[in-house]
Design a protein around this ligand. Sequence first.
Ligand code: CTP
Length: 416
Amino acid sequence: MCPGSRQNLRAGGAVSESKPQVVLGVSGGIAAYKACELLRRLTESGHDVRVVPTASALHFVGAATWSALSGNPVSAEVWDDVHEVPHVRIGQTADLVVVAPATADTLAKAAHGLAGDLLTNTLLTARCPVVFAPAMHTEMWEHPATQENVATLRRRGAVVIEPAVGRLTGVDTGKGRLPDPGEIFEVCRRVLARGVTAPDLAGRHVVVSAGGTREPLDPVRFLGNRSSGKQGYALARTAAARGARVTLVAANTGLPDPAGVDVVPVGTAVQLREAVLKAAADADAVVMAAAVADFRPAAYAEGKIKKREGKEPEPVALVRNPDVLAELSADRARPGQVVVGFAAETDDVLANGRDKLRRKGCDLLVVNEVGERRTFGSEENEAVVLGADGSETPVPHGPKEALADTVWDLVVPRLA
Ligand code: CTP
């Protein structure tokens, strides 16, 4: 197979090798210009993209731009090229439809099955996964009409990405901003890879902790660890692409916010505990991928600790931090809440993992070996997921996203 191509399983079982067919629906909001970047990423990664703008979207970005960037004809109407029956053909042959930006109007039309233009016809005929990336003013997003339309679309299996918080058109700021196009692309990539039209985490709230806590000694120094946060971010991204509402408690990561994920930045173990427990109150599952410091300095020096000529340095006294995973497991915020831990081990990996699973009381424990060149900061991981029920699921060396998907595959059947 050439790069970017894949085997398409079509009706009747016939197998064809071709580029994945993506429909990029663009509706009429100022964020339409950002869809050009999404289009570029999709085409450059080997997808055949057909752009279907609404008539309003063409006020913001013209057909010539969409056509030049996609290499395909562009129309908003059902009356162009009628002999090719585009109002059904484009949706029928798509492997993925992504609407970015999705305005309140387009969400409403999609939720109610209206079919007045090419995009809404395409949405009705598509039998592939559908992703909406809404963008609008905060008031419009929060309006019960929009929220009910979003709930309807999610119930039917669409992935509706939560808008980002930030600067909107004009001087306003708030929730309603189109997430970064690179992050929308990541959601599309994940959804396309799984190819399922019924996301199995739809309607679920999951909490993921990521990164490593820093325990300050003085205003310029801290005790920290080498966790990059990439595994936790992969868990958040994959959960969002499987339809979940995701809260990501991120300790000192510096990574870009995944699209549709509510990111809560924290610094120390105590702050992480507070943020995780708060978010866990209504969560269906909590995954503790963060490297939480077991100890913190007993005292914090308000001023920088100085060298003292001719004197040995003072030893640093440490105190225990709360064990968030053990606390979450022992005192579940909801009946049936699934709690997952991670164990980073250097020796006797499986034996230590089994012991840790018992001590922490969680449902699943992802055990991986760490060391100088293993796991930290890398894009790949290798692990064994131990279940409290005695199960053992090895995950071969591969992308952190693959491990993340395996974790969710194991979480889903355990959800109440
Ligand atoms: N963890 C936690 N709170 C802590 C320490 C760890 O919630 N204070 C969580 C981590 O997020 C991870 C799991 O516990 O999911 C295991 O962390 P690890 O550091 O491997 O285990 P420890 O409890 O530190 O055990 P040990 O030091 O004996 O290896």
